[in-house]
Design a protein around this ligand. Sequence first.
Ligand code: ATP
Ligand code: MN
Length: 344
Amino acid sequence: MQRASNGLGSHNAKRKRSAAGLARVDRATPIRRPRGKAAKQQRQQVGNVPITHPERVIDPGSGLTKLDIARYYERIAPVLLPHLEDRPVSLVRLPEGLGGEQFFQKHMDKDRIPEVKLLDPQLDPGHLPLILIESTTALVGAAQMGAIELHTWNAIAGSIERPDRIIFDLDPDPALPWARVLEAAELTKTLLDELGVKSFAKTSGGRGLHIVVPLRRLHDWDTAKAFSQAVSAHLAATIPTLFSAKMGPQNRVGKVFVDYLRNNRGSTTVSAFSLRARPGLPVSVPVSWNELVEIKQSDHWNLRNIHERLADQTEDPWCEYEKSRQSLRKAIALLEKSRQKGKG
Ligand code: ATP
Ligand code: MN
């Protein structure tokens, strides 16, 4: 998992310099669209993908540009691509940058991105084909199209009716102290442990946390969703001062909403190592349960500092993920039993 950060130090220094310099220019002058010779000079390649408007500032706060994003995706590809393999992906595109118009794109009609794969339209009937991004070129090509975030399904295309994970999206009341969010995550893990279910955490890069449960591809969508809803309901029933199982800001005042709705067929969640279209361009990052307590906020890592983490890391915090694929059969029965007891 450390491959991404090998030998790119000088590239990084160059990128930082150019980002800082261009940010100054851009703040002082409105965006101009250079023509002719000037336009040619501003063309840049990342890998074999030509980047148009490389100097465009995407995040005014940090001065990070479209070129920075394309280079980020080129460099992070070795650790990101395994999370995208055979998994339908949606793109969150902001061609004009933060504050500009935002497009959430789940389907594509033709190959607008080099090396993108378009899936059989039958996987999502009534729509254009779903998208696969499985190469560095396709990733950089997505960035060239203005994509900042990549969101993935809970199933792979080769087994679309049998999800291979469920995700609990912990959404705190924005006023809630971070320590309470961590407490909620620990308690969710404890419940899952008691049910014999292994789980993994990642920062969302936003305000909350994502808890991921790897599955063997045994269950249909209804089963996966019913289980995640039952977990959410159990937490809210047991610890109502901290947990809510109901959507909507009014239902989570002072609480954490454990969102199970990410587990519908076709629902997506931001991929590990995707950037977020938020100030500072944070990154969603897998963490171990032990290190989670040391993290100060969900946007702890971003485009600039993620490479340090990857370089320092001696072990992939999710190295147990693949071997932890599991059935929910026993856990479903246990939860149901406890629900019955609660009623009686
Ligand atoms: P936070 O920790 O701040 O809650 P998050 O990633 O959990 O971060 P959002 O960024 O609010 O939360 O995620 C929105 C969810 O809705 C994601 O699952 C995303 O895939 C989905 N989504 C976003 N925009 C659209 C859209 N236009 N259509 C369908 N789904 C969308
Ligand atoms: Mn969330």
